[in-house]
Structure formats: structure tokens, C-alpha cells
Design a protein around this ligand. Structure first.
Ligand code: TZP
Length: 208
């Protein structure tokens, strides 16, 4: 299992930046100290995603942060990203592992204990679990799972677990109590008036 050493995981959505350049938003978050970014721009063509991933990778490298590419193992390999974030609709974890080799980090997005257990057995390095709370686009992610379901995942697998979905600075204390390794978020940073201040506050709350 590869070392997964970040606590706050920024997930991108360039439709939620309020017209600001996504790379500017990413850099603001990196400047605040975020060490992991998932490029999740599912509507882009392979060519456009590759180009954005290359630029994101350069930025992340400048800040010693890890870049993960959502779903696209080919793009992750092409830009030498730290790893991939696989959805349940992505290629299986075992297949991604054989393509990526032992050193790339594989995150698996899960929605139940069964999925999280399977991800662990198949060689994922960490799991995302959610949606924890209601999200702005809740229809896309399903019903909120809640803290008890999150704790059940944390208690039953050995991989680092990250919560995602509707997470704000105010809810971090109760989320931390479940024993999660960290949290992942989109809107709380990407849509914030100051992504840098929002990320700084999140990191402070997470680490206090
Ligand atoms: N997966 C489950 S919920 C979610 C994803 C990608 C969206 C998280 O966005 P936000 O704005 O942090 O609620």
C-alpha cells in the first residue's frame, strides 16, 4: 500500500468557480497548503483534459502536492500524476493497478461498506466515501450517508478514509471524530470568495 499523507483533498469543478480560472483556484488552494488535488472535469475531451492535467501537474509539483486524475488512467499516466481517483463506473481497481504499476496511488470512490471493502481487497490505497451530507447537486451523488455510515467504513477497513459531500468548515469537528484520515471538497473552496482563505481555514480546523 502506498503512503497517503494528505488530510485535505481538493476536488475540482470548473463550473463552480464563478468564472474564475480553474488553475488560479487550484494555485490559491496550494498556496494555502493543500497537498492533494483531484482533477475532476468529466466533460472534457481526452485532449483538453490532458492539456489541463499537464498544467495542473506543473502547478502541483511546484507546491510539492499530489495530483490525481478522476477516472482517466491514461491521462494520469500521460502526465505522470501521483495517481487516479476511480469511480464505481471506472475500470476496476485491479486493472488500474496493472496499468499504473505499484507506485501510483489509487483512490476509490465508494458509497457503501461493501464497495469500500472490495476496493481495499483489490489494492486501492485510500477510499472516498460519500456523499456525507446534502450537496448542491445532490441528485448527481445520491442520498446523504451521514456520520454513522462513515464511522462504519472507518471502523471496518484499514485503508485511509476520506469523507466527501457537503462538507463545510463548521462540520469538520464532528467528521474528525469518526476517525477519518481527511476530507475532500469542491464548493467550500472552489466557490469561496477567497479560495485561499477558505482552504487556510479548513486546514486549520482539520489540524486543530
Ligand atoms: N462525490 C460525492 S459528493 C461529491 C462528489 C464528487 C461532491 C462534493 O462537492 P461539495 O461541493 O464538496 O459538496
Amino acid at each position: 500500500m502506498n503512503a497517503v499523507d494528505f488530510d485535505l483533498y481538493l476536488v475540482t469543478d470548473r463550473t463552480q468557480t464563478g468564472g474564475r480560472d480553474l488553475l488560479w483556484v487550484i494555485e490559491q488552494a496550494l498556496d494555502a497548503g493543500i497537498k492533494a488535488v483531484q482533477l475532476r472535469e468529466k466533460d472534457l475531451s481526452g485532449r483538453d483534459l490532458f492539456s489541463l492535467a499537464e498544467r495542473s501537474h506543473q502547478l502541483c509539483q511546484a507546491y510539492q502536492a499530489a495530483l490525481f486524475i478522476n477516472d482517466r488512467v491514461d491521462v494520469a499516466l500521460a502526465v505522470d500524476a501521483a495517481g487516479v481517483q476511480l469511480a464505481t463506473s471506472s475500470v476496476p481497481v485491479t486493472v488500474a493497478r496493472s496499468l499504473l504499476g505499484p507506485k501510483k496511488i489509487i483512490g476509490a470512490s465508494t458509497h457503501s461498506l461493501d464497495e469500500a471493502t472490495e476496493a481495499e481487497q483489490n489494492g486501492a490505497d485510500f477510499v472516498l466515501f460519500g456523499p456525507l451530507y446534502f450537496t448542491a447537486s445532490k441528485a448527481a451523488y445520491g442520498a446523504p450517508q451521514g456520520l454513522a455510515a462513515l464511522k462504519k467504513i472507518v471502523d471496518n477497513i484499514s485503508l485511509p478514509v476520506y469523507a466527501i459531500g457537503g462538507i463545510k468548515a463548521e462540520t469538520l469537528a464532528s467528521i474528525k471524530n469518526t476517525g477519518v484520515r481527511g476530507v475532500a471538497l469542491i464548493s467550500a473552496i472552489v466557490s469561496a470568495e477567497s479560495p485561499k482563505e477558505a482552504a487556510t481555514e479548513m486546514l486549520h480546523q482539520l489540524r486543530s
